[in-house]
Design a protein around this ligand. Structure first.
Ligand code: ADP
Length: 357
């Protein structure tokens, strides 16, 4: 990149707040999105994701706080003056226009020269693999194809930022997976900042550079997908993203005590003595057949198992009555324990997370 190329497309949210009546839809949200970054807003229905996105797009005004595009405060600019691309779940294509006309629309609104419009439309349609369908009408296309037209239309005027609100929500599972890979590839090709709203954790983890997990109008954690999954900061994030074993523990003099006062493997703890929760993903809980006593393991037995194709999910019950879940990939059937087998459950200290709220 030459010195004169100023990278644009950074979005900063400062203490955004949005109330509807007495209800706080978005509560003090601050976030910095770097130019070219792909960030997801992930959370359950009603957590404030869409309201946050709509304040960035300009379709909603915050009660307080600011939205910045690079260094410019755009909080009160109308949507069309923000020059941000927006893609909704219901493609919102014009039914009476062909694919090419739909995609050309934002350029016609900007009174661009005809030749330039044609060049740009052709280029973007090729990029989303729709070059051959330019004369079709929306009703002659599948849902996935229509969504690609919507993406092309949002990208054609070269906005620095693309805002996507559950764009794959109306599609079936296979198509969702296919299109999410396409959007990811497109993101690499065009290098735009993308802010992507979804309630689907797999989608958020698979696509994003970072994920912002929202709950009740607040951002609970912003991290790379791996850290959201492996190092959740609180019980909400731990429970919302993936399956998790939660074991009530007591932290005493830096040591983690589980049920029946047993010492449990966990990362070093240096804080004050207190109650806490040990959080462990099922794939990190190992079950070893037999009753060999192990200082780091918990004695118990298998009380249930479910075959789920690529893996088997085991339900383990400890001698003190705790129930834990273990997920084992089905690579070798011979070593698998069976229901009723006595087992020792164990895990690596580094795979456990201690949560204190
Ligand atoms: P999400 O996108 O995470 O599902 P939303 O941002 O749509 O959440 O909504 C957040 C909260 O604000 C919800 O409780 C929702 O009912 C409320 N809300 C959203 N839009 C409006 C509106 N136009 N009027 C009143 N309440 C709204």
């Amino acid at each position: 990149m030459s010195g004169s190329d100023v990278k644009t497309g950074g979005i900063t949210l400062r203490n955004l707040q949005k109330r509807y009546g007495n209800a706080m839809a978005v509560d003090d949200v601050s976030l910095s999105v770097s130019p070219g970054e792909f960030i997801s807003l992930l959370g359950p229905s009603g957590s404030g994701k869409t309201t946050t996105l709509m304040m960035i797009a300009g379709f909603e005004l915050p009660n307080s706080g600011h939205v910045l595009l690079d260094d410019k405060d755009i909080t009160r600019l109308p949507p069309h003056r923000r020059e941000l691309g927006v893609i909704f779940q219901n493609y919102a294509l014009f039914p009476h226009m062909t694919v090419a006309e739909n995609v050309a629309y934002p350029l016609r609104m900007r009174r661009m020269a005809k030749v330039e419009i044609e060049t740009r439309v052709r280029r973007i349609l090729d990029q989303v693999h729709l070059g051959a369908l330019d004369t079709r009408y929306p009703h002659q296309m599948s849902g996935g194809q229509q969504q690609r037209v919507a993406i092309a239309r949002a990208l054609v005027f070269d906005p620095p930022v693309l805002l996507l609100d559950e764009p794959l929500g109306a599609l079936d599972k296979k198509l969702r997976e296919h299109l999410r890979n396409e959007i990811k590839t497109l993101h690499k090709e065009v290098g735009k900042t993308m802010i992507y709203v979804t309630h689907d954790q797999d989608e958020a983890l698979a696509m994003s550079d970072r994920v912002a997990v929202m709950h009740e109008g607040r951002i609970r954690q912003v991290s790379a997908p791996k850290d959201i999954y492996r190092r959740p900061v609180d019980l909400f994030v731990a429970g919302f993203v993936g399956e998790v074993n939660l074991i009530p523990v007591k932290l005493k003099s830096g040591i983690v005590h589980g049920p029946a006062d047993k010492t449990l493997p966990a990362p070093p703890w240096s804080g004050a003595d207190r109650d806490a929760t040990l959080c462990l993903r099922p794939e990190n809980l190992h079950l070893n057949k037999g009753l060999a006593r192990s200082p780091d393991g918990i004695q118990g037995s298998i009380v249930g198992m479910t075959f789920v194709g690529d893996a088997t999910i085991f339900e383990f019950r400890s001698e003190s009555g705790s129930r834990l879940t273990s997920k084992v990939l089905n690579v070798s059937a011979e070593t698998m324990p069976d229901v009723g087998d006595p087992c020792v459950a164990s895990w690596a200290a580094s795979d456990a997370t201690i949560l204190t709220e």
